[in-house]
Write a protein that binds this ligand. Structure first.
Ligand code: FES
Length: 152
């Protein structure tokens, strides 16, 4: 972590100082500031709050909302809702994972992309659909994936 990261955590800790049961909001706010919860960040929170590091890890790993790995610059959401599933979303996922050389939920080594599988992106008529950041790509075929990724 860089110096300013410690400052950001300090600011979060000040906000919750002396409040009982504040570990989850502390972790949420730290993640919002830093993008993910690094080992260093969790150890620093432990040191400052005197909450045992094992307990902090327990909470951070229990809830799906917390990320212990860095997140990619671009977030790809791939829809696996019913309409997309019927329209062969799994073939789109396969093409995506193959192109990026990652596993579901993973982040590319260069931290360019993180992929999340989601239930429905709300544009089922365009199935199968992915979103990259705020942009929607619909009526996909596996062959289109490479060109779409090349735009980022
Ligand atoms: S099911 Fe994929 S957008 Fe709704």
């Amino acid at each position: 972590m860089i110096e300013s990261d410690f400052d950001k955590i300090d600011a979060v800790l000040i906000q919750f100082k002396g409040r009982k049961g504040s570990l989850i909001p502390i972790l949420q706010n730290t993640q919002a500031q830093l993008g993910y919860l690094s080992k260093e960040a969790l150890e620093y929170i432990s040191e400052k709050t005197k909450i045992p590091v094992a307990e902090i890890y327990g909470v951070a790993t229990f809830y799906a909302q917390f990320r212990l790995e860095p997140i990619g610059k671009n977030i790809i959401r791939i829809c696996h809702g019913t309409a997309c599933h019927v329209a062969n979303a799994s073939k789109i996922s396969e093409a995506l994972y193959e192109e990026l050389k990652i596993v579901p939920g993973g982040t590319t080594k260069d931290l360019k992309f993180t992929v999340e599988e989601v239930a429905c992106l709300g544009c089922c008529s365009l199935a199968p659909v992915i979103m990259i950041n705020d942009k929607t790509y619909g009526r996909l075929t596996p062959g289109k994936i490479k060109d779409i990724l090349a735009q980022y």
